[in-house]
Design a protein around this ligand. Structure first.
Ligand code: GLA
Length: 795
């Protein structure tokens, strides 16, 4: 066993395969951060001398830590964690208030332990290691005056170049309680001020827009206050140098294993050093800790790469696959599904569903998912959340009867639920109005006509576990989509009311802890169900949810042209098996955009894949194409889901996307190129392959797709013997029998040649001619490429 954590006297060093992280205990017993970056070799405490910051006299107008150390002002040190009150005026890591109201603290090093293995958190999910046990460094610090212990925990995942950090506060007082007002999960103090911060922000149906900020002074905060990790600001962030590209340059990335209000602050303070803190959002947060009790902060995830964004993403992907996702579906083939939502919304009955299921079976789909509308009196979104029993008008044979019929067609059956919510118009609310998050005597602000159940109340937690156990056992259910469709308002728990005035500030965190109890128990009771998280799309897309549910619905916007950007951006922090994507109808229901069916597939295939449209209304040609798509997905499913995912630099344009996924054994890869809008006379495109083995030979081919003559409008008359008017019935008729050829690309060469030289694709249509060597590459067009290793026998 290799030891990835070393202690040389006061110097601590954490190594992964390609990175090093180090800090030391100073004379004053503070923790000075020294280094995080490419792997370095240091074999003794003396060899680390050069890394310490040298201070003789503190600058004017700063606070001296104490008179024995006239050189030490905490404002100008790089620290492993910080607090207010002793000179550091930057973003703090921890604020704890004692019963006397004092919120200055001074945690000093007490001891450190290096061990192997990881205990489960008591209240939160965390990373895990199946192999020999992750290397663990625990540093214990004490504020002796206040009798408060701060524990810093570091876990080193050597294989994925990831280090995780978390913190705990222990109240060592015998009789006094304390109040945690802030406890971050990680802090990183870097020694330069020329970083670019990237965050992923958005809204409902517009998740994961990428934003970049140069933080050279002041503070930038990425946070959520929705009660969830939120579509407004995903907890995944990156810090890179300005010249970093997909394949070159330095980048740090951070994520948080937490599903509630989160906070990532990047501050460039007066001494040109950059501080990052990540953790629970301190806004309206407080947590009272009685004597002897412990408070756990969530686990933060960090990685570093010197080789650009793609390698950073590979670190994160491998970490999430190996150390976050659990259970039977970790590496399993995720089923190709049909979801009833965009096919019929609330308007269905058993026979309509069975028709859709039959059509789905005919094209090769494996799982039928019944979305919203199956319970209580749910014909719209105004009622019945909380009433988890079948609507027998729509489903006279109940869920069991429907599931049996779906199974008889040869499909598995899956179901949508939204257990954390209640409508005022429901039987549950009429019995337990006090179970929701709202003040009993004050007006409540509704979201999607519903209220949030109070998961800080153990009674509610038990109710949800039992209610869902009943539903999940009521039929042969193989998949569950777990939704959560509104954000928090009117933060108030009736259950916490007896605990005093400030107890309401515990609600948002207690809610998340309650949610994790439910998820933990239900995934334990139903290990064979594939759970998919959802929160009005990607409003709770985070590593906390992924610790229980292996996949999450990425967005309610199913438009391929939006999705290509969203999936591209999710891929910075999350592997493609974690986000789900569906081929849906056109015009698209969110954007009313028309996109070709092959583009819809080409984008959705690079994810956990399915369909969400009324197959019963589709033409034979469309269904034939869907059949072919499903065959392709099945053939390459393991590569699509679990292959190494590479993005291409897009040179400041949002117009052209290229992806490639490569199997771990490097025998198979699938590529995709997509263009949003065409420009005439831009006919050249190159597809540079990535991730292949240099010396192996590969065959590069494309998916050949014939083009409908309608795509050429009246230009078709340059070739047609008879005149065909655009949009005429004749055009429609001819299109049934005649189509235009699609280009064929077949090249055999070595991995190194393909990767260095790049495949020069056939000429794109550029207004001056079309034949079978011209690539139809117009608005919203895309192409899929297959790359297979070719074993060439030597003579
Ligand atoms: C949310 C989900 C959708 C669908 C609806 C049903 O918006 O994100 O996919 O399940 O709820 O009400």
């Amino acid at each position: 066993m290799k030891d990835m954590i070393k202690q040389y006297g006061n110097y601590f060093q954490l190594d992964t395969s390609n990175t090093t992280y180090s800090f030391r205990v100073t004379q004053t017993k503070h923790l000075e951060h020294l280094y995080y970056g490419e792997k370095i070799k240091i074999d003794s405490e003396d060899e680390a001398d050069f890394l310490y910051e040298k201070h003789e006299f503190a600058a004017g107008n700063t606070v001296l830590y104490n008179n024995d150390n006239v050189n030490l002002t905490l404002e100008d040190e790089r620290l492993e964690f910080s607090s207010y009150g002793k000179g550091d005026i930057r973003e703090p890591f921890v604020i704890v208030t004692g019963e006397d109201g004092l919120f200055t603290s001074d945690f000093l090093f007490k001891e450190a332990k290096i061990t192997k293995g990881k205990e489960k958190f008591k209240t939160l999910p965390g990373s895990y290691d199946m192999a020999e046990g992750v290397d663990h460094l625990e540093v214990i610090l004490l504020d002796d005056n206040a009798k408060i212990e701060l524990q810093l925990h570091y876990f080193v995942y050597e294989d994925t170049d990831v280090i995780t950090r978390s913190a705990k506060i222990v109240n060592r007082n015998e009789d006094k309680s304390i109040c945690v007002e802030r406890l971050m999960s990680t802090q990183l103090d870097l020694d330069a001020d020329d970083y670019v911060l990237t965050t992923f922000n958005g809204a409902w149906a517009r998740e994961m827009e990428k934003h970049e900020f140069k933080v050279t002074a002041g503070k930038h905060v990425n946070s959520s206050y929705t009660g969830t990790s939120s579509s407004r600001a995903n907890p995944f962030i990156m810090l890179s140098k300005e010249n970093t590209t997909e394949d070159f340059g330095e980048v740090y990335a951070f994520n948080l294993i937490y599903s509630g209000n989160h906070y990532e602050a990047v501050e460039c303070a007066s001494n040109h050093k950059l501080r990052v803190v990540t953790g629970i959002n301190p806004t309206n947060f407080m947590f009272k800790i009685a004597a002897g009790e412990v408070f756990e902060a969530p686990e933060a995830v960090m990685t570093y790469s010197a080789k650009g964004f793609n390698e950073m993403s590979h670190n994160m992907h491998e970490f999430v696959r190996e150390h976050i996702t659990r259970g039977k579906y970790k590496y399993a083939n995720r089923p190709i599904l049909i979801n009833s939502w965009e096919a019929s919304y609330f308007d269905f009955n058993e026979s309509k569903l069975l028709k859709l299921a039959k059509a789905a079976k005919d094209v090769g789909i494996e799982l039928f998912v019944l979305d919203d509308g199956w319970f209580g009196k749910r014909d719209n979104d105004k009622c019945s959340l909380g009433d988890w029993f079948e609507n027998t008008q729509k489903l006279p044979n109940g869920l069991e009867g429907l599931a049996n019929k779906i199974n008889a067609l040869g499909l598995d059956f899956g179901l949508w639920v939204e257990p954390e919510m209640v409508n005022v118009d429901s039987e549950l609310y009429r019995i337990h109005p006090e179970w929701c998050v709202s003040h009993p005597d004050k007006p409540h602000s509704e979201g999607r006509n519903q209220r949030i159940l109070d998961l800080s109340n153990d009674e509610v937690v038990s109710y949800i576990i039992e209610a869902m156990t009943k539903v999940f056992s009521s039929a042969n259910i193989k998949y569950v989509k777990w939704d959560m469709n509104r954000i928090f308002s009117d933060y108030y728990s009736n259950a916490l009311a007896q605990r005093g005035v400030f107890a309401q500030k515990e609600l948002s965190h207690r809610y998340v802890m309650g949610l994790y109890k439910i998820m933990e128990e239900l995934t334990r009771r139903f290990p064979d169900i594939l759970f998919e998280g959802c929160s009005a799309g990607g409003n709770r897309f985070d590593l906390g949810i992924l610790s229980y549910f292996p996949q999450i619905w990425a967005s309610d916007d199913t438009d391929a042209i939006y999705r290509v950007g969203a999936q591209n951006n999710y891929s910075y922090g999350y592997p493609q098996s974690c986000y789900t994507a569906h081929v849906s109808a056109c015009p698209n229901h969110q954007t009313l955009r028309e996109t070709p069916l092959d583009t819809r597939f080409n984008v959705a295939a690079f994810a956990s894949f399915g369909y969400e449209c009324n197959l019963c209304d589709m033409s034979k040609e469309e269904l034939d194409e869907i059949k072919e798509q499903i065959e392709i997905y099945k053939k390459y499913r393991q590569v699509f889901l679990y292959g190494d995912f590479y993005r291409y630099d897009r040179k400041n344009t949002d117009n052209l996307y290229q992806w490639i996924v490569v199997s771990k054994d490097k025998t198979t890869a699938v590529g995709m190129i997509l263009q949003k809008l065409v420009n005439a006379n831009t006919t050249f495109n190159m597809f540079k392959l990535k991730g292949l083995e240099n010396d192996r030979k590969y065959l590069f081919t494309n998916r050949v797709i014939k083009q409908n003559i309608k795509n050429f409008g009246d230009l078709i008359n340059t070739q047609s013997p008879i005149h065909i008017k655009n949009k005429s019935f004749l055009q429609h008729l001819v299109s049934k029998f005649v189509s235009m050829p699609g280009e064929t690309e077949v090249y055999l060469s070595s991995g190194s040649a393909f990767m260095k030289g790049g495949v020069k694709l056939t000429q794109a249509y550029g207004a001056t001619g079309y034949n079978d060597k011209v690539r139809y590459f117009q608005d919203f067009s895309s192409k899929m490429y297959f790359i297979e290793e070719k074993i060439i026998e030597e003579n």
